[in-house]
Design a protein around this ligand. Structure first.
Ligand code: NAI
Length: 335
């Protein structure tokens, strides 16, 4: 059987951590044949709660779970890590300015990037979930000069899954009949969920999504609803998305490791300059996973003729990523 993989989860005592850990331990992150060693990183005040979750992991008697380590020391948590899920982050407090938020998170993600650089396995794969996810991933990557930038990613898979689900519900199709949606840019309200190359299989044949839905629905309902779904969940559930965020994190890492067999999805990965996104930004693109690496799929420029304003939407979310990068750079957070 396969050798065990060390999976590090930060913010393990939080909501997403709670929804995530049993799924990792049951084999859903890496596959049903891969034993897992879980390393849980928390701040000192939350270590005890994480130990409680570790007790529940033990009580679940997962055959694939080799060990669980709970710690507040990053060097220990990332030691030998093959996968790191960076979920713990500093939420925006009352009256906190954007610069304060970026700085507080820089103080978390800089040292964690450094610890990954110094202690993780050579083939480490990092997924940043904690917000602002794209820029936190950029900060961590900047502090890990020995780790290829391609190995630092941020999560837009939840946005992608939300978009797939909304289109399926609106067209009466099944989720499995939806293909080719792209989330562009930042995991924020400026993100662009793009249907201009999406298809829906209807009665066995593939149809362009934009032939099946009205423009007004796309502009006034679909795009804002996907972008603001997090707030909608908070309003209805009384707490922020946790199960769906954990599920998306599982999807992202599973696909990264095991490949997508040509099926497209969305992930925030380092830009090589594709689609006019400045090189080095961590931006969401249309991607496939092949041979254990994400690849940006070319030739899928948002189609202005199908959705006027599409190009502008892409430009807006990329401009926001640039301004976040410039802000953390001027705070000295990029090393
Ligand atoms: P939470 O507040 O329930 O849990 C966060 C946990 O992180 C807490 O237990 C806290 O003690 C821990 N933490 C804080 N600083 C840490 C550090 N330096 N090292 C280790 N642990 C640390 O939050 P929840 O609901 O689990 O969400 C976590 C993050 O995920 C938030 O930033 C949230 O905005 C983000 N998020 C991102 C999504 C995405 O699609 N990219 C979707 C949903 C949430």
């Amino acid at each position: 059987s396969a050798s065990p993989v060390t999976v590090t989860v930060t913010g393990a005592a939080g909501n997403i951590g709670y929804a995530l850990l049993c799924r990792i331990a049951s084999g859903q992150l890496l596959g049903p044949d891969v034993p897992v060693r879980l390393n849980l990183l928390e701040i000192p005040d939350a270590v005890r709660a994480a130990e409680g979750t570790a007790m529940e992991l033990a009580d679940s008697a997962f055959p694939l779970l080799d060990s669980v380590t709970v710690t507040d020391r990053a060097e220990r948590a990332f030691d030998g890590a093959g996968v790191a899920l960076l979920v713990g982050a500093r939420p925006r407090g009352k009256g906190m300015e954007r610069a304060d938020l970026l700085e507080a998170n820089g103080r978390i993600f800089g040292p964690q990037g450094r610890a990954i650089n110094d202690h993780a396995a050579d083939d480490i794969r990092v997924l940043v979930v904690g917000n602002p996810a794209n820029t936190n991933a950029l900060i961590a990557s900047a502090h890990a000069p020995d780790v290829p930038a391609e190995r630092f990613t941020a999560m837009t898979r939840l946005d992608h899954n939300r978009a797939v689900s909304q289109l399926a519900a609106h067209t009466g199709a099944a989720v499995r009949d939806i293909e080719g949606i792209t989330i562009w840019g930042n995991h924020s309200a400026t993100q662009f969920p793009d249907l201009t190359h999406a298809t829906v299989t209807v009665d066995g044949s593939s149809r362009p999504a934009l032939e099946l839905v009205e423009r007004a629905w796309v502009d006034e309902e679909f795009i804002p609803r996907v972008a603001k779904r997090g707030a909608e969940i908070i309003e209805v559930r009384g707490a922020s998305s946790a199960a769906s965020a954990a599920s998306a994190a599982i999807d992202h890492v599973y696909d990264w490791v095991n490949g997508t067999q040509g099926r497209r999805t969305s992930a925030a990965i380092v830009s090589d300059g594709s689609y006019g996104v400045p090189e080095g930004l961590i931006s969401s693109f249309p991607v496939v996973s092949e041979g254990g690496a994400w690849q940006i799929v070319p030739g899928l420029e948002p189609d202005e003729s199908l959705l006027p304003g599409a190009g502008e939407r892409l430009a807006t979310t990329v401009a926001e990523l640039e301004s976040e990068r410039d802000a953390v750079r001027s705070l000295g957070l990029l090393g």
